[in-house]
Design a protein around this ligand. Structure first.
Ligand code: PLP
Length: 391
């Protein structure tokens, strides 16, 4: 869960970490996001695909405004995500970009509202399609989410094709279904992969089982779940998409999330206390694992920019909530930490802030964007009112 290739400029981030006046603070380095989007633009040009940003990874208004300039639209997983997508697209000059949604559990009232915001919907089951097709008829371009029945994710909790999967109509059964009115298919069966041959295998399987159906469809959405840092792998992706487009007259969409924002996000924290416990130095931070919930969820040790495995000073970094397991791990530093020292967690731009909570009444970090000229813009600051109004 921490396998990003290095594409960041540590000096730039360390300087921003020292400059920032208030911690804890999420910092998004805009140059990293733009760099990833430029790589995707090349894939789009070379392969003819369309690129969507999967909003769920980081649904921050300021980031969405930057991202929409480089993509063909947004992919959403709920009514609220569709709403914010529409707001952002409505706010840009040419008002262009499409909104795509898939969700396993849509209620009738959701679908009615979604029809006001989205352009494409991929129903998760034949039941949901049958139930809602008349509601969306003529309003949304309708597709079906497939379960490609090809598993790659190592952790079953993140494997859309796990046994008894709740996600999508099994590809081996689709050919038996009545697809009248269905214009596209959606798939998403990976997580943090750097290996596009897994996508190739998935598509080979789908094309084998659904060849005649694909002839009659308008589009295919290949989902997200892949990193976009490796140029060679991106060429592989281009080739996969070109081959698909050569075979069928399909619009091809991809919808990465973490690949665009994951390595662009940092959390800057400060040390608030240091003491010995059973012979170990504990450094308590002004943040908590509840600001980086995937650290706790996956029990992984996030990387820190200031750490040095060879450093002689060792600390257990602890979060400031009452939870005894609110710990980040043991780290070495070249210099002794002091109260006020900065600690910058890296690769935390995706799925962290959106899952973060105010457990214990601890305020959320501010959200900042580091611009290319090194200015830091504070986008969001949370307050007691946010805590009070939430519950
Ligand atoms: C349907 C769908 N599309 C796209 C994504 C984005 O995946 P990632 O952020 O790993 O690229 C997800 C993530 O859960 C997803 O469920």
């Amino acid at each position: 869960m921490n396998s990003f290739p290095e594409i960041i400029n540590p000096v730039r981030i360390l300087s921003a970490s020292d400059k920032i006046s208030q911690t804890p603070a999420f910092v998004y380095d805009e140059t990293v996001i733009i760099d990833r989007l430029a790589a995707l633009s090349e894939v789009r040009t070379n392969s003819g695909c369309k690129v969507l940003y999967s909003i769920k990874a980081a649904p921050l208004g300021g980031l969405l405004q930057t991202i929409i300039e480089y993509v063909d639209g947004f992919s959403a997983s709920s009514l609220f995500e569709c709403q914010i997508a529409k707001e952002i697209i409505g706010g840009i000059a040419d008002n262009k970009g499409t909104i795509h949604i898939t969700s396993p559990g849509l209620r009738e009232e959701d679908v009615k509202s979604i029809a006001n915001y989205a352009d494409y919907i991929s129903f998760n089951s034949m039941n949901q399609w049958q139930q809602y097709k008349n509601l969306v008829n003529g309003k949304l371009n309708c597709g079906l989410r497939l379960n490609p029945e090809k598993s790659f994710a190592r952790d079953e909790r993140y494997d859309p094709c796990r046994k008894y999967s709740k996600l999508g109509v099994p590809v081996s059964r689709v050919a038996n279904e009545n697809l009248q009115g269905i214009q596209g298919i959606h798939l998403h069966n990976n997580c943090e992969s750097n290996d596009y041959t897994e996508l190739k295998q998935t598509l080979e399987h789908i094309c084998e089982l659904l060849d005649p159906e694909l002839e009659n469809l308008q589009w295919i959405n290949l989902g997200g779940g892949y990193f976009i840092d490796d140029a060679e792998q991106l060429h592989e992706l281009e080739k996969i998409i070109k081959d698909l487009k050569d075979k069928y007259t399909l619009d091809v969409f991809i919808e990465p999330g973490k690949g665009i924002v994951g390595s662009a996000g940092f959390l800057v924290a400060s040390v608030v206390d240091i003491f010995a416990s059973d012979g170990k130095q504990i450094a308590v931070l002004d943040t908590t694992v509840n600001h980086l919930p995937e650290v706790f969820e996956y029990q992984y040790k996030p990387h820190i920019l200031q750490e040095d495995p060879e450093g002689q000073y060792e600390y257990r970094l602890a979060g400031c909530s009452c939870l005894s397991g609110d710990l980040f791990g043991d780290y070495h530093f070249q210099q002794a930490l002091e109260i006020g020292s900065r600690v910058t967690f890296k690769n935390v731009g995706a799925y962290m802030l959106v899952k973060a909570s105010m457990f214990n009444g601890i305020n959320l970090p501010t959200v900042n964007v580091l611009k290319s000229d090194e200015t830091l813009l504070m986008e969001r600051e949370y307050s007691y009112e946010d805590f009070r109004n939430k519950y």
